[in-house]
Design a protein around this ligand. Sequence first.
Ligand code: AP5
Ligand code: MG
Length: 220
Amino acid sequence: MKNIILLGAPGTGKGTQAANISKWYGIGHISTGDIFRSNIKAGTELGLTAKAYIDAGHLVPDEITIGMVKSKLSEPAYKEGFILDGFPRNIPQAEALDGYLLEAGGKRIHAVVSIFVPDETIVLRILGRRLCSNCGASYHTVYNPPAKEGLCDACGGKVVSRDDDSEATIRERLSVYYAQTEPIIERYRKLGIFTQITGHEIIDETSDEMHEALKKIFCE
Ligand code: AP5
Ligand code: MG
């Protein structure tokens, strides 16, 4: 059983790589952003509250996010391990996660991998991102286009941009990342479980580096 955290600024490829890791090692992927977006789509109270923060590029308040992640982690699907993508995103969330893992029978995080991509590349990547409005599959207009323009390869659904992917919101999300999320790296560096990889321009090259970074912990 291995528990992984993926860190990195918006658009560095956390969702893309988490989907790979989940397939390679058979562990569940938890993306807080995806949970919020499915609640927005379903029109739940959680979704309505979260939407205003997400559209502004700000963090959804901890009292909402922490409870939501704890309840997800306690589902049977994550007993054999998990990849957290988008959580923790500040010090209180990192502390809450430690507390939860301790209470859940002394579980721990085995590896924290951060993906580094320069800011200007991030902006271009996010502006080119497209998602299937039906199944959520992720594409990029240049780096990973669907076979038929505007249509999902997997289900034929319409491929659209995310509501929070405007340039102004991307820049706000970047400043929130540097102010609130990057400081948590030190916590994991001190524990000796932190690795940084480069988010190369070719998705498969990033996947190879990710595989290399995780190989040793899955062979332990
Ligand atoms: P979230 O959904 O987590 O967004 P994010 O962190 O801003 O990250 P993204 O999903 O934009 O990017 P990604 O790193 O997953 O990259 P992707 O693989 O898609 O959060 C959204 C919002 O929800 C937050 O702003 C906040 O409001 C709220 N929220 C979420 N978690 C929260 C929390 N814990 N606390 C409070 N609020 C929270 O890749 C991007 C694009 O690049 C894609 O098109 C992809 O195809 C392409 N690509 C990927 N890798 C490569 C590569 N190597 N080369 C070229 N292209 C690539
Ligand atoms: Mg994502």
